[in-house]
Ligand binder design. Structure first.
Ligand SMILES: Cc1cc2nc3c(=O)[nH]c(=O)nc-3n(C[C@H](O)[C@H](O)[C@H](O)COP(=O)(O)O)c2cc1C
Ligand code: SF4
Ligand code: SF4
Length: 437
């Protein structure tokens, strides 16, 4: 439990000093590399990022932090070229390391770091090419979000927190439970609203803070959740909001989308947590089941679950909480929209109901959160986007439904958290979720 506390909330004075020293060392190393012409920036970039990730990985024992930092540095390396490749390194490491001087000092330091490192790098290697611009823009955005969060004024500890959760195979629900445990440990009341349908979903957000939790589907929240966030989420009136998501490995830029939506709706996004969880897509589970069962058990790491509980406790105390809003130098959510839309999904994912088994009860139709299923001639048919939640397979009382992706059969995916998924037999055909309203 104690391992990640200093990333998120009250940090010991020594950690603050260490973070500052670390940041200064990062700047000095970057400057030295620029000045010593004989050094090979490509080789140094590799060792620098390995060293930084090892430092943070060991210090916080956080798989999401290590994965995210490594990828953001790698993208900086790949796209940035020249000295620009070091921008993500000098910006992201101190943010992740969690420095803790007073608020205004931190905001000023972030602004100075942004201006200083940009000038340093622009002077040594003029920014050229779209890749280098993408790296520079992503770094500037990361620092701007950090400075904005810090200057937003003090936060009081919330008395009641609303948590809206979208989770198909239970991973996100598990992540959310860790966060909720943390919040509740501070004495705050928590109301969990389990999201399923966009049209049917009504949540009275009466608390004085909000947490939004979702799985990453194609670099973004699932479509129904995105629709609710854009159209159904009420205005926040300046209340703090927290972003939680689970993914099978890709951290991506989904939190930037959430940050923007929450801000536009008048909420104040103050932090985010994410976790590496088992892949819930049966169609990608090639190979022996035993192998997948083994891989499923590896994640999330116990230290990562503890980190999210600590994030929840920090959020409940009104302190800085969670991982920084680190923006990747690639707008990956655009890729998600391109590969995940109704024109692509209709031919790509095919639902088949076994004639001999299906009795046309319509439970799968009532369940489908994307409302892509409809009954025709007493059998379910599909049209439109699919969130691949596999719910239609899992809720069917007669095991009649199959989902084909390309050429492979979908199989009922044995969820990692069986108690957190929808009940197989909903009495009236509606989804009944455990642990939420
Ligand atoms: C349609 C679909 C798309 C996905 N896309 C991604 C992705 O882009 N990156 C990723 O890391 N995981 C991806 N995943 C994996 C899920 O994000 C991951 O398994 C998540 O923990 C599922 O959460 P849940 O159990 O709460 O539904 C995808 C899963 C589905 C079904
Ligand atoms: S839930 Fe199963 S039996 Fe009922 S309509 Fe769907 S596929 Fe057929
Ligand atoms: S068709 Fe099945 S897998 Fe696709 S969104 Fe609907 S219930 Fe989920």
């Amino acid at each position: 439990m104690e391992v990640n506390v200093d990333v998120n909330g009250a940090r010991p004075a020594g950690a603050a000093l260490l973070s500052w020293l670390y940041f200064l060392a990062g700047l000095l190393v970057a400057a030295a590399i620029l000045r010593i012409a004989a050094w090979d920036p490509a080789a140094d970039a590799l060792w620098l990022r390995v060293a930084a990730v090892a430092f943070l990985g060991l210090k916080y024992r956080s798989l999401p932090a290590a994965l995210e930092l490594y990828t953001v540095f790698w993208l900086g390396d790949l796209l940035g070229g020249g000295a620009v490749r070091f921008l993500p390194l000098v910006a992201a490491v101190p943010l992740y390391a969690g420095w803790a001087p007073p608020r205004l000092m931190r905001a000023a330091a972030i602004a100075a770091a942004a201006a200083g490192s940009t000038l340093l790098i622009a002077a040594a290697a003029p920014i050229a090419g779209w890749g280098a611009w993408a790296v520079t823009a992503a770094t500037a955005l990361t620092l701007a979000l950090a400075a904005l969060n810090l200057t937003a004024g003090p936060r009081t500890s919330p008395r009641a927190v609303d948590v809206v959760v979208n989770s198909a195979s239970g991973n996100t629900m598990h992540l959310t439970q860790q966060f909720v445990d943390g919040v509740q440990s501070t004495g705050a009341r928590v109301t969990v609203h389990r999201f399923h349908y966009y049209r049917d979903f009504r949540a009275e957000l009466t608390g004085d803070a909000l947490a939004v939790a979702f799985p990453i589907y194609g670099f973004k929240p699932p479509w129904p959740m995105l629709a609710w966030l854009l159209r159904g989420l009420p205005r926040g009136g300046g209340r703090p909001a927290y972003v939680l998501y689970s993914a099978a490995g890709g951290p991506e830029n989904a939190h930037l989308l959430l940050w923007l939506i929450l801000r536009c709706k008048g909420w104040r996004p103050v932090g985010r947590s994410w976790g590496v969880y088992p892949l819930n897509v049966a169609t990608f589970r090639w190979g022996p089941r035993a192998l997948w069962r083994f891989l499923d058990r590896l994640v999330p790491l116990p230290t990562d679950a503890a980190a999210v509980r600590a994030h929840g406790a920090a959020f409940g105390r009104g302190e800085p909480a969670g991982y920084p809003f680190l923006i990747w130098p690639l707008p990956l959510f655009i890729g998600g929209i391109l590969i995940d839309n109704k024109w692509v999904d209709t031919p790509l994912y095919r639902n088949y109901a076994w004639r001999r088994r299906c009795n046309g009860c319509g439970i799968c139709v009532a369940f489908c959160p994307a409302q892509r299923l409809y009954l025709k001639d007493g059998r379910p048919r599909a049209r439109g986007t699919c969130t691949l939640c596999l719910g239609c397979i899992n809720v069917c009382p007669r095991r009649a439904m199959e989902l084909r992706f390309w050429s492979e059969y979908g199989r009922p995916y044995p969820p990692r958290w069986p108690k957190l998924v929808v009940r197989r037999r909903a009495p009236d055909g509606r989804a009944v979720w455990p642990g939420g309203s």
